[in-house]
Design a protein. Structure first.
Length: 202
């Protein structure tokens, strides 16, 4: 699947990193505005709903929610939540994952399904720290991460700037939480954030 970029009204970037972020966001705006597209509606977290329900959460924040299908489904099941995405207008909060501006400690469960690989490498640690900040102390997280290049392209470029092996991701996640490799037959990384005693606090 290939599409082309269209002009946007995104504010002019102020640093080289901002410019890279703006370039990535423009890809998703092009996809979001493409007539008839269903990109962002895959709901990669649907099969993880039983895992989400296990802890009887009151509130879930889904990072990189796309068109927000997961949160809408959770609401139908009686679980409140909020979806964050930097491009799709269906999100409850249209903000970058590394800077949501959400109140700290609001999410009993933080989720992100096939979204982290869409981050720039420079934003991975920032986003994981933001997830931990948004989660309650020792709150649960459930992630899935694609470790292959994307098949969808925009202007000839893929959508996965951070293609890394699973062990690389687990090492990054270990800086903010405790998790184990997905169980056999599952893609989901499940764990708990560390307490507030610094980045390496128990």
């Amino acid at each position: 699947m290939t599409t082309t970029l269209t002009p946007t009204t995104t504010p002019a970037p102020t640093t080289p990193l901002d410019a890279k972020r703006a370039k990535e966001r423009a890809k998703y705006l092009a996809l979001a505005n493409k007539p008839g597209t269903t990109y962002g509606s895959s709901n990669h977290g649907r099969a993880a709903i039983p895992l989400i329900q296990e802890g009887k959460p009151r509130f879930v924040v889904d990072f990189g929610c796309g068109r927000n299908d997961l949160v809408r489904e959770l609401r139908r099941l009686g679980i409140d939540g909020l979806g964050v995405d930097f491009a799709f207008p269906e999100a409850d909060l249209v903000r970058p994952m590394h800077a949501t501006a959400l109140q700290a400690g609001i999410a009993d469960v933080v989720t992100s399904f096939d979204a982290l690989e869409h981050l720039l490498p420079e934003d991975v640690d920032l986003t994981l720290a933001e997830m931990r900040r948004v989660g309650v102390p020792r709150g649960r997280f459930i992630f899935s991460i694609c470790t292959r290049p994307s098949t969808t392209t925009v202007a000839g470029e893929g959508l996965h700037p951070t293609v890394r092996p699973l062990d690389w991701w687990l090492e990054r996640i270990a800086r903010v939480g405790v998790a184990s490799k997905p169980k056999a037959g599952s893609r989901y990384i499940v764990g708990r954030f560390k307490s507030d005693g610094g980045c390496c606090g128990a």
